[in-house]
Design a protein around this ligand. Structure first.
Ligand SMILES: Nc1ncnc2c1ncn2[C@@H]1O[C@H](COP(=O)(O)OP(=O)(O)OP(=O)(O)O)[C@@H](O)[C@H]1O
Length: 279
């Protein structure tokens, strides 16, 4: 379980907290999508989980954040990194090797994974991300999307109990983005991994996440099951979060009293709602 209790944070260079009064519980194995406008504090929230704040970016840390009982301020980055694997926004800064397989091996060797397990973990991670054919390629020669997949594979190979991904599909086209989310969701379900993903594409989150967290001005404005959060599509738009049109359409039907069912997460659910209205 991950718990934020009255958590606020001000970067040392900043004049005010950029995350404020966050109280949130994330159950084990939950797939959580965090979204909100640019600069709203999404990444900072995840930094409190993987320990980047306050260990790498110091500042005033109020309240507490715990991961499986470990207080992320009190616990060393080394200990935290064994539980929490992170893929950051700036993929190039994360890469330490020049060849794909070395990048994955680096983490496995650093974590002291037994030699007889290393090859299987490397091959599985590359296979899972659909990049087995890139194994011997130079990282410099890869596209942004391919690099993102290598970064995710490197972390997945370590089998962390919590996976934090900051915009993992930023460099991917819509079809590849959906495929990566499918893979992540399947992987998380099979391994009981808690996944926290910062993502601008709310439609992707709505389809895959168990919980949506909407951040605005450093505060959590909505947190809950996607269906519950998407009921607020008009307010979300005001916060800079553009829900799928299918969601807004069904919410209009709900507001006008024509439909009493839940918010639609995608076109299929909206079509079902429309059929019910017409019937
Ligand atoms: N290292 C830092 N030092 C000082 N201020 C920072 C630092 N990192 C982020 N900030 C500030 O904190 C605020 C929240 O930033 P954060 O990156 O958490 O937001 P975000 O919602 O993830 O943004 P984006 O969608 O643009 O990545 C912003 O005003 C940003 O300028």
């Amino acid at each position: 379980m991950i718990e934020f209790r009255d958590f606020s944070f001000r970067y040392r260079e900043g004049d005010a907290p950029v995350v404020r009064d966050v109280t949130l519980t994330i159950p084990d194995g939950c797939f959580v999508g965090i979204t909100g406008a640019a600069g709203s504090g999404k990444s900072t929230l995840t930094y409190a989980v993987n320990g980047i704040i306050p260990h790498c970016y110091p500042g005033d840390f109020y309240g507490a954040v715990t991961v499986e009982g470990m207080d992320t301020v009190e616990t060393s980055l080394t200990d935290l990194s064994r539980a929490v694997g992170s893929v950051c926004q700036d993929i190039d800064s994360q890469m330490v090797s020049s060849i794909v397989e070395d990048e994955v091996l680096y983490g496995l060797e650093n974590f002291g994974v037994p030699r007889d397990e290393v090859e299987a973990r490397l091959a599985d991670a590359l296979e899972l991300m659909g990049i087995a054919d890139l194994r011997h390629r130079a990282i410099d020669s890869l596209s942004g999307g391919q690099k993102q997949k290598v970064a995710v594979a490197s972390i997945i190979a370590l089998r962390p109990r919590v996976l934090v991904l900051d915009e993992p599909t930023a460099e991917l086209d819509p079809a590849s983005s959906a495929a990566v989310f499918d893979l992540l969701a399947t992987y998380a379900r099979e391994h009981g991994t808690t996944v926290i993903v910062v993502e601008q594409k709310i439609a992707l989150l709505a389809e895959h996440a168990d919980m949506l967290v909407i951040v605005d001005g450093g505060r959590v404005r909505f947190a809950g099951a996607p269906g519950e959060v998407l009921e607020h599509s008009a307010e979300l738009l005001e916060l800079g979060v553009n829900c799928p049109r299918s969601t807004s359409l069904v919410n209009r039907l709900r507001a006008s009293g024509l439909y009493a069912g839940p918010a639609a997460r995608d076109v299929a659910e909206a079509a079902a709602a429309c059929r019910e209205v017409i019937a």
